[in-house]
Ligand binder design. Structure first.
Ligand code: SF4
Ligand code: SF4
Length: 334
């Protein structure tokens, strides 16, 4: 498992160019690809799901923060796994009675961001298709692979689940630490391969990604193709947004209605709604620093968790390997 390209890593749109094999760290902080956990998973598309460690984003709402912030946050993970071995185990799991009972028919690569582990995943897929030529593959993406990586992902994936975290760049950066442009460009490319899109996934976060932002995202998707499948997921308090209230059923219904009004034909929402929490009270002097109020709310939470910049941009930040936000331990996860 000596992946030469990790010596000058440009797998995601940060294109850090660091030598991961020599111990240099990019934004994801990862060296060799490592597996956090893997298991049969009944949620559509039913699969043998492999969670890889490390992520190119530092999302305030992260549900898998222990995986995404590894190795900065030390968590229980499997570690480096030989591709042939996990391919064999996964194929057996999909074809087992338990796998068939849930309707599993594919590997599902998630994370963190699986792009960080792309050459390792390609090798797993190669073995899996040798062991069972009918085996399918789903790739779960935050939309931030480099253009070249995205073409590689499209070349072996039967389906992609594609997150769009926000449309407005200020909101996207405040929420994830990364610019939105590469995501929108990859989404346009995704639309050209529409048969491979399982669905766009949009997390609805009160006061950050709610109606104004949803309007912008859905207009963008409609401009690509109004029939593209889109799923709105319900925010639950997590990671740096551990005290924010969950999205309500009423908000989720409004979001779907708005998306339909905007012209999207294939939409639904899913998840647990109405988890209690607080509305943020963002100081006025903070709000004044942003042109977009929802970005101010996200940036306020980022600063509370240890971000040192008013305008987040982890790739351009001197503190990218040391800032407290990446070691933040939430008071609750739901
Ligand atoms: S953040 Fe992206 S480009 Fe940078 S080292 Fe990690 S995978 Fe490579
Ligand atoms: S301090 Fe820098 S690296 Fe840390 S979250 Fe803020 S912008 Fe990103």
């Amino acid at each position: 498992m000596q992946y030469k390209e990790l010596e000058n890593c440009k797998l995601c749109s940060w294109e850090c160019g660091v030598d991961r094999l020599a111990g240099e760290q990019g934004i994801c902080m990862m060296g060799l690809p490592e597996v956090a956990s893997c298991q049969l998973h009944p949620a559509p598309p039913q699969s043998y799901t492999v969670f890889t460690s490390g992520c190119s984003f530092k999302c305030l709402n992260c549900q898998n923060w222990e995986i995404a912030h590894y190795p900065r946050i030390q968590s229980k993970i499997k570690g480096v796994v030989v591709p042939e071995s996990i391919a064999r185990i996964g194929v057996q799991a999909v074809n087992s009675n338990a796998g068939q009972m849930i309707g599993a028919d594919r590997f599902f690569f998630s994370g963190g961001s699986p792009t960080v582990s792309l050459p390792w995943i390609e090798e797993v897929v190669q073995y899996a298709k040798t062991f069972d030529p009918k085996m399918k593959v789903n790739f779960d993406t935050n939309g931030f692979p480099s253009r070249r990586s995205f073409q590689r992902i499209l070349s072996f994936s039967d389906s992609l689940t594609f997150d769009i975290k926000a449309y407005n760049d200020e909101v996207h950066r405040a929420l994830t630490g990364a610019p939105v442009e590469p995501v929108l460009t990859n989404a346009q490319e995704m639309a050209r391969h529409r048969d491979q899109l399982w669905e766009f996934r949009i997390l609805v976060i009160p006061n950050i990604v709610d109606l104004p932002e949803i309007q912008a995202i859905t207009e963008f998707i409609v401009s690509l193709d109004e029939t593209l499948p889109t799923s709105f997921l319900t925010f639950r308090p997590n990671f740096c947004l551990d005290t924010l209230l969950g999205a309500s059923r009423k908000l989720m219904e409004e979001v779907v209605n708005l998306a339909r009004k905007t012209g999207l034909e294939n939409v639904h929402w899913a998840g647990f709604s109405d988890i209690p929490g607080a509305y943020p009270s963002v100081p006025q002097e903070f709000v004044e620093k942003f042109s977009h109020q929802h970005a101010a709310v996200a940036a306020f939470y980022a600063q509370r968790a240890g971000c040192l910049r008013i305008q987040r941009n982890c790739g351009m930040c001197d503190s990218k390997l040391t800032c407290d936000l990446k070691g933040y331990i939430p008071h609750q996860t739901t």
